[in-house]
Design a protein around this ligand. Structure first.
Ligand code: URA
Length: 230
């Protein structure tokens, strides 16, 4: 619950003084009922109208998308489809943007949000958010590769990666867990071990997984699940 005048001034409708005038002139309604005090408390989901026009209230939106291959992780592109093409308009209008990126060829879990702080917390390596990938690749990963990942791979340009977990799943298949998100990171780490990736899917990010989400599908996530994350 918040005070009506705070909700209206936060939404940039008018100053608190102007809001008093609007209320006095009976131009503000809450759930269809004319209000008599700007200090009235309103529920988070109350329908507020000023001069008959419904107020669009800002809310934190977090979406989980099962990204298919062939879509750019970008908000717009002149020539190629982007992940925003898979998000219904009623969510896009809240200003959601992708959190981090998946390559065009990569499938899997991609979060989108309009909460900049949350996006930063999810991306920051400081927070050790685990990103788990399933990879199909040339060759077969062995004990030496597992050790090299655990020690921290050095990429071909000299960049040192944080220690990561490589779990061989048999011929040409592995699971990779990283806690950072460098450009093409998993593909480049695997290349450094001559395990060229032909298919990559992100299966989990922190506590969120792809479970129940078909390819190309998205669902809204309750932002409260991130409350414990610093
Ligand atoms: N690592 C990659 O190489 N590509 C992705 O899309 C994600 C992680």
């Amino acid at each position: 619950m918040q005070r009506l005048d705070k909700v209206l001034s936060d939404a940039g409708i008018a100053t608190r003084k102007e809001i008093r005038g609007l209320v006095r002139a009976e131009l503000v309604t809450v759930n269809g009922i004319c209000v008599s005090s700007p200090e009235q408390k309103v529920e988070d989901d109350a329908q507020i109208a000023v001069r008959g026009e419904m107020l669009e209230r800002r809310r934190v939106v977090v979406l989980a998308l099962h990204k298919p291959a062939g879509y750019l992780t970008a908000t717009e592109d002149r020539y190629q489809p982007t992940v925003m093409d898979l998000i219904p308009e009623h969510f896009r209008k809240w200003g959601v943007v992708p959190v981090g990126r998946l390559d065009k060829a990569t499938e899997g879990l991609l979060l989108l949000t309009n909460d900049g702080d949350l996006a930063h917390r999810l991306i920051s390596p400081k927070n050790d958010v685990e990103k788990v990938y399933y990879a199909e690749h040339d060759g077969t990963a062995g004990a030496d590769d597992v050790r090299a990942f655990a020690e921290g791979i050095i990429l071909e340009d000299g960049t040192r990666c944080r220690p990561a977990v490589l779990e061989p799943l048999g011929a040409g298949k592995s699971r990779v867990t990283v806690t950072e998100g460098k450009y093409h990171q998993v593909r480049r780490m695997m290349d450094s071990r001559h395990l060229h990736v032909n298919y990559l899917r992100r299966e989990r990010e922190g506590s969120l997984s792809l479970e129940g989400l078909a390819l190309g599908e998205m669902t809204e996530i309750d932002p409260k699940i991130f409350d414990r994350m610093k």
